[in-house]
Design a protein around this ligand. Structure first.
Ligand code: ZN
Length: 383
């Protein structure tokens, strides 16, 4: 009996051992499978990352490249990866082309820059010392001295450049009158606001005068402002052929620039200022030409104090020029007159009266005056 029991015991032990070994093997296989699952899951997670980024990272500041790069790492999307690479190759080709275009553009930009510089240099040369272009419309700068005394300043003067025989001298030609509404506004007669020292359109003693008077009417019914504009245009053309640049302070039937504005513009743009007028004296005959000289009472007031000799020298030269054309000069020339123009002028400045309401104003009459005035300007500037 004892032997049978020993045999059963050994057999049980062996069976137990076999069972343990089996169990260990089974467990090992489970571990192995479990490990594979972990790797697979891990792989899935990795492959889904780009998808997640595609949706969650769209928005400002996320570049397409940041999204594309992880997608290219997904092993199951070889075709997509190839497309991506192809796309990237195209992109880099495009980039190269773009870069080339940019380089070429930069090159042409440089060329354009050089051309621009040359054009500017030519323009600068063409503009001469004045810095204004032919045909340029120029407004009153509020920064100019005395500009604040102007009441009508919304209009423009027009600059004309001589193309030949350039003298680099600018003549401001002022076709008298021709500012609608000019007689219903007043401006100070003097920059120091003292009263007028002579009579005229405005009586002596007044501190303010009309901004621009309407002018007289010729005996034949023609408005003075019409004739002064014709005269201004004829003088402009004559001066241009002579090599002077011309600032037309009134370049049309009407300009919204009062006497102060016109004077301040001439001060800052031109070398002299010539205002064209025909006198209204009530006489029944043509008394001839004369200029308005500076009254003694103004000669101590700035800026007249620094400029009145120039005004009178220019006036004298113009009269000599007109005389040289055989035109009649008034026996009482010149006439002292306290004018707004004179009171605010800082360049040689003259109101020239080319006759009166009885004067003939045919083209030939005006041509003679243009010739005479040009001769006077040449003499004043030493030509
Ligand atoms: Zn006048």
């Amino acid at each position: 009996m004892r032997d049978k029991r020993r045999i059963y015991s050994i057999a049980g032990t062996v069976l137990s051992a076999l069972l343990i070994v089996f169990c260990i093997n089974v467990l090992n296989e489970d571990n192995s499978a479990s490990s594979d699952n972990v790797i697979y899951a891990s792989s899935n997670v990795r492959s889904e990352v780009p998808v997640i980024r595609d949706y969650t990272m769209e928005g400002p500041g996320v570049s397409l490249e940041a999204v594309k790069e992880p997608a290219a790492e997904v092993p199951d999307e070889n075709s997509a990866s190839s497309e991506t690479e192809a796309a990237e190759a195209e992109t880099s080709a495009v980039s190269s082309a773009s870069a080339k275009e940019e380089t070429e553009a930069a090159g042409s930009s440089d060329a354009a820059g050089t051309e621009t510089a040359e054009t500017e240099a030519q323009a600068s040369e063409a503009e001469g010392q004045s810095g204004y272009a032919d045909g340029e419309a120029i407004g009153l700068s509020p920064d100019w001295e005395f500009a604040s005394f102007s009441a009508i300043s919304s209009g423009n003067a027009v600059y004309y450049r001589a193309k030949e025989n350039r003298k680099d001298i600018v003549i401001a030609v002022n076709a008298g009158h021709g500012t609608s509404g000019g007689s219903s506004v007043k401006t100070y007669c003097h920059p120091d606001m003292t009263p007028k020292v002579t009579g005229g359109t405005t009586a002596a003693g007044a501190t303010k005068a009309v901004a621009v008077s309407s002018g007289m009417t010729f005996k034949d019914g023609t408005a003075e402002s019409t004739v002064t504009l014709r005269m201004a245009r004829m003088l402009r053309d004559r001066l241009l052929t002579e090599g002077y640049d011309v600032l037309m302070l009134r370049d049309g039937e009407d300009v919204q620039l009062d006497n102060v504005a016109r004077t301040v513009m001439a001060n800052n743009i031109a070398d002299c200022h010539i205002a064209l007028h025909w006198d209204s004296d009530g006489l029944s005959s043509d008394k001839g030409c004369f200029f308005m000289s500076v009254p003694d009472g103004l000669k101590g007031m700035y800026p007249v104090s620094e400029n009145w000799q120039k005004h009178e020298a220019l006036g004298g030269a113009l009269i000599e020029g007109l005389k040289g054309q055989g035109l009649k000069i008034w026996s009482s020339n010149p006439l002292d007159m306290d004018l707004t123009q004179t009171s605010f002028s800082t360049v040689a400045s003259v109101d020239i009266e080319l006759g009166n309401q009885c004067s003939s104003h045919t083209d030939e009459d005006l041509r003679l005056r243009a010739e005479g005035l040009t001769a006077g300007i040449n003499a004043y500037f030493g030509y």
